[in-house]
Write a protein that binds this ligand. Structure first.
Ligand code: FES
Length: 225
């Protein structure tokens, strides 16, 4: 029986009955306070659980728990990004998966760069701003995060890590293709060797990847980022 279904305490002038009534009142008060405490504790637990769940996405991204660009050890399937990309132009695309937002930019000096377009702060979409500085910048409007367009490194705002790099290649016909990814801050050589070693041993060998047939061990100071 719940507190709200308690039978009413006895009524009348009988002292025994009144004593019983007082005792019943006391028990009722105890149960009400116990139930209130329980309810409050349960409520707080529920609130904490729901709030924790809502916060978990952001924390997961910040702590690197959730899927990020470059997490896979597998070499992704090459994907065409654009028929051509001229200096000062950018294009948004998806790579390596259909849900992975990415951006490719041709800097004014002709350098081709590609990055994950998922902000390393709380996963908002990163945009290319050509009007900011000689190289433009990669800008996250959620909390004013800024990434260097040439390196992907954090230039301003709260993002904790650089944007993961996407490796691009340009074909003779001018088309631009995405071929591989790197984890945030991972040296290019490590990222490429990790993905090419099994899938493209010929490429791994040409890169001099450690463990590739005929490759020399690569010393850390030969690594480029
Ligand atoms: S989500 Fe990009 S700066 Fe916060």
């Amino acid at each position: 029986m719940s507190v709200t279904e308690q039978a009413p305490p006895g009524a009348g002038g009988d002292p025994e009955s009144e004593a019983g009534t007082d005792a019943a009142h006391a028990r009722l008060r105890d149960r009400i306070s116990a139930d209130s405490l329980t309810s409050r504790r349960d409520y707080l637990r529920i609130v904490a659980t729901v709030s924790g769940g809502l916060a978990a996405g952001g924390i997961g991204v910040a702590a690197g728990i959730l899927h990020r660009h470059g997490d896979s050890e597998q070499l992704p399937e090459m994907r065409k990004v654009a028929d051509q990309l001229l200096p000062g132009e950018s294009v948004a695309f998806r790579f390596p998966g259909d849900d992975d937002r990415a951006v490719a930019v041709r800097l004014s000096d002709g350098t081709l760069v590609g990055y994950s377009a998922v902000c390393t702060h709380l996963a908002c979409a990163v945009l290319w701003r050509a009007d900011r500085g000689p190289d433009g910048e990669l800008y996250c409007p959620c909390h004013e995060g800024v990434f260097d367009a040439r390196t992907g490194k954090v230039a301003a705002g709260p993002p904790p890590r650089p944007l993961p790099r996407i490796f691009l290649t340009e074909q003779l016909d001018g088309s631009v293709w995405a071929v591989a990814t790197a984890r945030s801050g991972e040296p290019a050589e490590d990222a490429l060797c990790r993905q090419f070693r099994d899938a493209r041993p010929d490429m791994a060998q040409r890169l001099g990847c450690p463990g590739a047939a005929g490759a020399e061990t690569t010393s850390p100071d030969r690594r480029r980022t």
